[in-house]
Design a protein around this ligand. Structure first.
Ligand code: GLU
Length: 301
């Protein structure tokens, strides 16, 4: 009798574990499910807002949040070739906003938004938001608006591991340097190294390949992007670690959409203090940069 009861208890526990297991596996896919279950398995505290207004309600009615992000930046936005899931800190920030709207992290439809097209995809309505290592600046604010910042990066330099000639931005004079068109990285290089003719590709990952094979001497963009790329090739590449700009990352959205901007800013303020920002960091870029930089404050301009 006693043995039988123990066997039943063991069987029920095993079943409970199996059910929990199913829930978490489902979350790793981009399937749907109940909001509460999803939030528990992601470990986030954030809950859905109780009332939504204007454009935010319209996103809820549409049933999904369309987010432009990078697909080739380890740590911030990287599409897993096996699961197709987009992984990284930017992707997690998008999932947190999805929780705030829908009560579930899985209502995000990610679209690739490379550096050169970010303003364009917001302006033509292809996406609701761009969360893509996207520096807030006045030139971009002429075309779109930004919520945030939610992170602060700084521009740095990536070189081959055996390089001993490039130790700071001024050493880039006369060198073959790769970056992307329409990035603040290109503009900053032009400002800091007069006469530099930087080469541009439409992917920092491709620039890094070019540094590895000797096509370029260096790749210059935000330090966290570079650290993500080095984490994939630690024996061949290194970051100089002399940041020379500040790059506050914002969430791009349609110009004049104050309802969506304040909603996203409120969500950011909440995740800065409830521990969710730190959890998102720890499971993404925090894997190669455990000490997260200080959180910025939201700028409600
Ligand atoms: N944060 C910089 C920018 O928005 C460089 C990184 C990128 O191109 O995504 O231009």
């Amino acid at each position: 009798m006693r043995t039988t009861r123990m066997a039943v208890v063991a069987a029920v526990s095993a079943l409970a574990l199996a059910v929990v297991g199913c829930g978490s596996t489902k979350d790793l896919d981009s399937g749907s499910g109940s909001g509460t279950q999803q939030n528990n398995s992601t470990g986030y505290q954030l809950k859905a807002a109780t009332s939504l207004s204007g454009s935010v309600q319209a996103i809820k009615d549409k049933g999904k949040l369309v987010v432009g992000t990078k697909f080739d930046q380890p740590g911030f936005g990287l599409q897993n070739p096996t699961t197709q899931k987009v992984e990284g800190f930017d992707a997690e920030i998008a999932r947190l906003i999805s929780i705030k709207i829908f009560g579930s992290p899985d209502k995000v439809e990610f679209k690739e938004a490379k550096t050169a097209v970010r303003e364009q995809v917001i302006q033509n309505g292809e996406v609701d938001l761009v969360v893509a290592t996207y520096t807030i600046n006045d030139a971009r604010k002429q075309k779109i608006d930004f919520a945030g910042p939610y992170f602060q990066a700084g521009q740095d330099i990536l070189v081959r591991k055996d390089n001993s000639t490039i130790a700071s931005v001024t050493d880039l004079a006369g060198k073959k340097v790769c970056t992307q068109q329409n990035s603040t990285s290109l503009k900053n290089l032009q400002d800091k190294v007069p006469g530099l003719k930087a080469q541009t590709l439409d992917s920092y990952a491709l620039c890094a390949e070019g540094v590895k094979d000797g096509t370029y001497d260096a790749l210059s963009t935000d330090n966290v992007i570079l650290l993500g790329l080095v984490s994939k090739s630690p024996d061949e590449l290194k970051v100089v670690n002399k940041p020379f700009t500040t790059e506050p990352y914002g969430i791009g959205l349609k110009k004049g959409d104050t309802a969506l901007r304040s909603f996203v800013n409120d969500a950011l303020d909440e995740v800065f203090t409830n521990g969710d920002w730190d959890k998102a960091w720890a499971k993404t870029a925090g894997q190669f940069l455990p000490q997260a930089p200080a959180k910025p404050s939201v700028d409600r301009y």
